[in-house]
Design a protein around this ligand. Structure first.
Ligand code: ZN
Length: 620
């Protein structure tokens, strides 16, 4: 049985620890006069601060939800620590040594004199981070050092961010930590090592560049590890699994370094990777953070809000940077489904030429990164522009489709003033009366398609056999990813003519692809949460249970056949397009171009033939 901590020690912890520091690491606190501080309550959702801290008395209290207590209570409530763990954590930061007693007040020694689990896991992480940092200097870590240098990170940068190297060994870290007194169970629970098939403990990360992931108070709670060698069979990035310390839905890499700047500037910059966080901070954008191995979600918003929003700066801005690729844009649009205050405070910065901030810094320097962040566009405008870009505004039909595309987006914005503002802007661009666009938005809000004011022009319909095949492909991918996986992933979203089907196809990709998902138990949920449209999410549940259109079990042949069926029209259209282009070229004056297109045509025609053969398989 673990002992009690001596009362006198607990008292000392309460006296020595500055509650404003402890809470300030998790909530931005402002001076409220009378020796009080206030901020947004981390225990309930609120818009104006009713969470008060009185440093002189070492207590906090929320007038909104009624919670209150001292620094110890705060950690038990917010971080889910036990009382003992909270005291240990505070004692560690105040440099106090604790004494443990048994029930009769006798001082305990030996293994029962052990700190709580969470503190042990934190200690193990601190020791692991030190180990990895030292390894980065070893001869073996040359590739890791070269990786950093090649991205513009010098020794100082590596030290600031605690970059390290996991050596080429099955158990170097495990042995090191075992020698320091950590048990196999602790290392397993911490996600630092895991039992191998033979029962030996092996390191989770090997031959990788590692970044320590810290919580907002600066404590290391996990690691991100990047592949360095081509013969490394693992994914490009590996992260600590879910542990008592590490919850990926809440982790923000860089938050420990960024939180003060976030509070000061009222801005937070969300980037995609560890190197992007480093590049931004070094380039003079110290409010940059990144999610680790997961998409930005509601938990991240809740955590950021505590640092970002308060009554004085109601216009806190969350700026997402994207390299303009499809996945990034989808992630941005997904933010639409979050709460409204978030939507109106979300901004998008798209890097030029598909570069990420790290690449941008290397190619164009620090100033270019700062400019990128300065040039941010409101999320709503970004989404509207993207929806419009798919249509030709020079034609009446294009303008009609563009109207239909933006109406549902505007219908989702609850801020009436904002909607009116955009209606004003876009009515002009689309050559419509404001009233007309407003009606379209209202129509979309009521779940209706906006009426076609330009006559009953029919959109070209894909025939029903095609749609049925597209549906079938998605069903197999959702229901049998272990069979459909690689075939399904190899075909992009182009053949999916129905926008909802296409959305599901893109959600599968955003969820990591069907092949990788085959192992995971929460596959359907992962796809659903990757859907940017609510309608697509509902469709996923439907497709996940709808019976397949074949009698027996599906196999690879079945998957290839239905995939060939949906690809054929796409490739045939490409062939027709190429033939038209070839006809316009004069082969005698433009021989190179002609031969190039001709070569492409031959290749495509062969592709059509093979698709035709595959699609003709009698599998249905
Ligand atoms: Zn509260």
């Amino acid at each position: 049985m673990a002992g009690r901590i001596r009362d006198a020690d607990i008292q000392l912890v309460r006296e020595r620890v500055d509650i404003a520091d402890v809470i300030g690491e998790r909530v931005t606190l402002r001076n409220a006069g009378g020796g009080n501080l206030k901020g947004l309550c981390p225990f309930h959702d609120e818009r104006s601060p009713s969470f008060n801290v009185t440093p002189a008395r070492g207590v906090y209290h929320c007038f909104g939800c009624g919670v209150g207590g001292d620094a110890i209570t705060f950690l038990t409530e917010l971080d889910g620590l036990t009382f003992i763990e909270a005291v240990e954590r505070l004692a560690a930061r105040a440099g106090l040594k604790l004494t443990y007693e048994d029930v009769d007040g006798r001082v305990q020694r030996g293994p029962s004199n052990a700190p709580g689990l969470k503190q042990r896991l934190l200690d193990a992480h601190t020791a692991a981070a030190e180990f990895y940092t030292k390894q980065l200097l070893s001869p073996e870590a040359l590739t890791a050092r070269q990786f950093l240098t090649a991205r513009g990170f010098d020794r100082g940068a590596a030290a600031t961010f605690g970059c390290g190297y996991a050596p080429d060994s099955w158990d170097a870290l495990a042995k090191h930590l075992r020698a320091k007194g950590f048990t196999a169970e602790e290392l397993n629970t911490a996600g630092l090592a895991k039992p191998s098939r033979t029962g030996n403990l092996i390191d989770r990360f090997r031959r990788r560049l590692v970044w320590p992931i810290r919580d907002s108070s600066g404590a290391v709670i996990g690691f991100g590890a990047r592949k360095l060698f081509d013969d490394d069979q693992g994914p490009k990035y590996l992260n600590t699994p879910e542990t008592p310390l590490y919850k990926k839905s809440q982790v923000l890499y860089g938050i420990d370094l960024a939180r003060k700047e976030i509070a000061k500037t009222g801005r937070v910059v969300i980037v995609e990777g560890y190197t992007d966080v480093m590049a931004c901070h070094l380039a003079g954008v110290p409010m940059a953070v990144a999610t680790c191995g997961t998409a930005f979600g509601p938990d991240h918003i809740r955590i950021l809000r505590r640092f970002l929003f308060d009554s004085e700066s109601a216009d806190g801005r969350i700026i997402f940077t994207f390299d303009g690729d499809e996945a990034g844009q989808r992630a941005a649009l997904k933010a639409f489904d979050e709460e409204q205050r978030f939507v109106s405070q979300t901004y998008i910065a798209v890097t030029p030429g598909g570069q990420d901030p790290c690449e941008l810094r290397q190619s164009a320097g620090d100033a270019a990164v700062r400019e990128l962040i300065e040039r941010h566009t409101p999320l709503v405008q970004f989404a509207l522009e993207r929806a419009i870009a798919k249509h030709d505004l020079d034609t009446a039909e294009g303008r009609l489709h563009a109207t239909r595309a933006i109406a549902p987006l505007l219908a989702r914005v609850k801020d009436r003033g904002l909607v009116e503002e955009y209606i004003g802007v876009y009515a002009g661009r689309l050559g419509k009366e404001k009233a007309e666009l407003r009606r379209a938005v209202q129509g979309a809000a009521a779940g209706q398609q906006p009426e076609a004011p330009e006559g009953p022009k029919r959109v070209q319909r894909t025939d029903s056999t095609q749609l049925r095949a597209q549906r079938e492909v998605l069903k197999v991918a959702l229901q049998q990813p272990q069979i459909a996986g690689p075939y399904f992933d190899a075909v992009d979203s182009t053949p999916y003519t129905d926008p909802n089907y296409r959305a599901v196809r893109e959600a599968v990709a955003a969820a990591g692809g069907a092949a990788r998902a085959a192992a995971g138990p929460n596959w359907i949920a992962a796809v659903q949460s990757a859907c940017s449209e609510i309608a697509a999410g509902a469709l996923v549940s439907e497709l996940a249970v709808e019976e397949l259109r074949l009698a027996g079990e599906p196999d690879g042949l079945y998957v290839r056949t239905i995939l060939a069926r949906i690809q054929r029209p796409v490739v045939e259209a490409e062939v027709a397009d190429l033939k038209r282009r070839l006809q316009r070229i004069n082969p005698s004056t433009d021989k190179d171009e002609y031969m190039k297109l001709f070569g492409q045509l031959m290749g495509l025609e062969q592709h059509v033939r093979s698709l035709r053969d595959q699609a003709a398989n009698a599998v249905e």
